[in-house]
Design a protein around this ligand. Structure first.
Ligand SMILES: C[C@@]1(CC(=O)O)C2=NC(=C\c3[nH]c(c(CCC(=O)O)c3CC(=O)O)Cc3[nH]c(c(CC(=O)O)c3CCC(=O)O)/C=C3\N/C(=C\2)[C@@H](CCC(=O)O)[C@]3(C)CC(=O)O)/[C@H]1CCC(=O)O
Ligand SMILES: NC(=O)c1ccc[n+]([C@@H]2O[C@H](COP(=O)([O-])OP(=O)(O)OC[C@H]3O[C@@H](n4cnc5c(N)ncnc54)[C@H](O)[C@@H]3O)[C@@H](O)[C@H]2O)c1
Length: 286
């Protein structure tokens, strides 16, 4: 097969950007900003939100009230000083000239910036998201069809194995236990560790991986890793157990119904929040 290097063009770099404890400035507090807050909170960033209180979306108000990681300034963007020690800027304001001005200030300072719905002022685009625990899927049309990204996301969501997120979580736990037994980076041990993990992932199907509990993981390591083989799920009792909950993958827009209540501790507000989320989702932007 020949390599067509000329076709390696016209896309964007897809990454899982690590924002933990980084400082993200969000300018604006409306409908679009509330979605940005959701995306950034789940990445454990610190958020400064600059937006007059009068224009805050109800969901934005809830986020401000319930997250200690958001600092809200009840005012408009004041200029370059607002960009001090900021790692990323997201603007979602109904003022195109001001948006472009903020973008220019960010670019002078080499701060990555996204200006909602103005592609030339974006260093990166948002996408349609599916999240289930550590499993994260982003659908991007590279600016060509955001609504289509949302439609394709729903189709992928339907096609995913029901317990994919749990399986990923369990594999993560198994890998960290394995690293305790076989620590270090690289070398022969590293190669053997990676080969064994690949074999486990190939030999076990996703639903079986999702049933791994503490005891099964220990047995898998004792009877598998230590003896350089991969026991079948049935040998460890998988397949006999039922999942505690038949969970369907939540989309990013239903995130408040799964991750954020735990993180923000607002169980009592779940019903109201869910209603807001649905209102947010149903909002027709054009
Ligand atoms: C995915 C999603 C993520 C998010 O924003 O969270 C997202 N837009 C979403 C929805 C949406 N946006 C628009 C509509 C109306 C229908 C339509 O126009 O198709 C709908 C549909 C709806 O609202 O239902 C209007 C729109 N959007 C942009 C422009 C400007 C332009 O195209 O020039 C215009 C036209 C303005 C005009 O006409 O004046 C630009 C961008 N929007 C992007 C992301 C980036 C590219 C992502 C990609 O290509 O995949 C990019 C480039 C920059 C950015 O904002 O990051 C989110 C769906 C989340 C979900 O629900 O799953
Ligand atoms: N939601 C939509 O229907 C939609 C669709 C396409 C494009 N957009 C674009 O996305 C952006 C945001 O949309 P939205 O629906 O969230 O708007 P919105 O009107 O609901 O919210 C705008 C927010 O920005 C704040 N704001 C305005 N000027 C500000 C400033 N100088 N400093 C700080 N805050 C300021 C307002 O107080 C408000 O909270 C706009 O550019 C809009 O044109 C929105």
């Amino acid at each position: 097969m020949s390599l067509n290097v000329a076709s390696f063009s016209g896309g964007s770099l897809l990454l899982a950007w690590q924002l933990k404890d980084k400082h993200v400035l969000i300018v604006g507090g409306g409908d679009v900003a509330s979605g940005r807050i959701e995306s950034v909170l789940v990445a454990d960033a610190r958020i400064t939100l600059i937006s007059p209180s009068a224009g805050l979306h109800p969901l934005t108000k809830k986020f401000i009230a319930q997250s200690s990681r958001i600092t809200h300034h009840d005012r408009v963007f004041a200029g370059p000083a607002d960009l001090d020690s900021v790692d990323m800027v997201l603007t979602a304001i109904d003022d195109v000239a001001k948006s472009r001005e903020i973008c220019a200030l960010c670019r002078e300072r080499r701060i990555p910036v996204n200006v909602a719905d103005i592609p030339p002022s974006c260093d990166f685009y948002f996408g349609s998201q599916i999240r289930s625990g550590p499993l994260q899927i982003m659908i991007s049309t590279n600016g060509q069809g955001p609504k289509l990204a949302n439609i394709i996301m729903r189709k992928i969501e339907e096609a995913l194995p029901e317990h994919a997120g749990e399986a990923v979580e369990k594999v993560g736990q198994l890998r960290s236990k394995l690293r305790e037994r076989a620590p270090g980076v690289g070398g022969e041990l590293g190669k053997r560790r990676m080969r064994w993990m690949v074999d486990v992932c190939n030999a076990w199907d996703i639903d079986d991986l999702a049933t791994l509990d503490e005891e099964m993981m220990l047995r898998l390591l004792d009877d598998g890793w230590e003896k350089n083989k991969v026991p079948k799920p049935v040998e460890l009792g998988s397949g006999k157990k039922k999942h505690a909950s038949g969970s369907h993958l939540p989309s990013a827009s239903s995130l408040q119904g799964s991750l954020l209540p735990t993180a923000l501790g607002f169980l009592t507000g779940v019903a109201a929040t869910t209603a807001l989320v649905w209102a947010h989702v149903a909002y027709v932007r054009r």
